[in-house]
Design a protein around this ligand. Sequence first.
Ligand SMILES: Cc1cc2nc3c(=O)[nH]c(=O)nc-3n(C[C@H](O)[C@H](O)[C@H](O)COP(=O)(O)OP(=O)(O)OC[C@H]3O[C@@H](n4cnc5c(N)ncnc54)[C@H](O)[C@@H]3O)c2cc1C
Length: 336
Amino acid sequence: MSSPTLVIVGAGVLGLCAAFELRQRGHAVTVVDPGEANASRVAAGMVAPAMEAAIDDVSSDKAALFRAGRDLWPAFATASGVALARRPAEWRGGDAKAIAARLEALGFQARRDGDRVITEEDYQIEPEQALAALRNALGEAVVSARVTGLAVSAGGWCVDLDGGVLEASAVVLATGAAGPVEGAPEATRRLIADIQPIRGQIGVVARELTPHVVRGPGAYVAPMTGGAVIGATMEPGRRDTAPDAAVGDRLVEAAWRVLGREAKPLEIEWRAGVRGASADGLPLAGRAPDGRGLFLALAPRRNGWLLGPLVGAVVADAIEGRTPSPNARALDPRRF
Ligand SMILES: Cc1cc2nc3c(=O)[nH]c(=O)nc-3n(C[C@H](O)[C@H](O)[C@H](O)COP(=O)(O)OP(=O)(O)OC[C@H]3O[C@@H](n4cnc5c(N)ncnc54)[C@H](O)[C@@H]3O)c2cc1C
């Protein structure tokens, strides 16, 4: 049995951001993940408070939370080695007037030019680089294994792995859209079981299509090293991750329309991931509803990368017993 540490279950963006933040604050952490494909890896990496707020027509409180998530990124990126790109993001298409009006109402800077709306408020990271940088920063604290069960122990939690046991002073569940871990207390199990899976398909193209993110009806196109990505679907209730050819065809058609160019044959590697979403679309971050020393970093829906550093800070504050900030109250798993 190892000496007690904070155990983070899951090495997607939320688990790694929480682990990185805790490590920065001087805590000993162990991150456990079997290393399979996850939603964080297939994402487009947009850190996009403005476009996300406008497209989903969110409340001003939610927009402020998105903005707060974005504002943590520059310092987080510098500390962790994640490359943060700041270039314009653009909406193109019929709803431009409505998108521009929503951005203005929510206090985001943007300019409209016909059927285009351009903002400098959104950033982008590249998921593969970002995951590698975070794992690299955490070094040997990331362990390749699956957590198979939890049990209360004298010092906190006994964490069973498929190949060992860890003694944890506290546990953070950052398991994405997966079901509850065996041994989690009842109210936590129910909360996790209520997380809605939303499948998302995205295509990786080894050809440059745009110098900055362009979004529009039915698709977006985002630059990525060596080419671009075409995304992405929102398919609630689906957990399958095999690429769906019909879904891909629809995305490509919409992407050419959004770019305003004649369709050309493209070689596309399709990927799919499953996002977890809570009932109000905001993450579950902080103390679990039951179970001492149990914390959650789950269900960021479409904004796991945008909100990763914020979720990490909220979870670290909860573990340290700090007074919750207004953002922490908005993400409190016990709000349901
Ligand atoms: C196509 C697509 C495009 C997207 N684009 C963007 C975007 O541009 N910007 C943005 O902000 N967000 C985007 N998202 C959303 C974002 O990817 C998710 O919100 C985010 O990745 C969720 O992160 P997570 O850490 O909660 O889950 P995941 O990334 O799914 O990670 C969960 C991890 O937990 C591990 N795990 C599960 N069970 C166990 C266990 N028992 N033991 C150990 N480990 C376990 C899994 O192996 C996995 O690695 C996109 C998502 C998709 C699908």
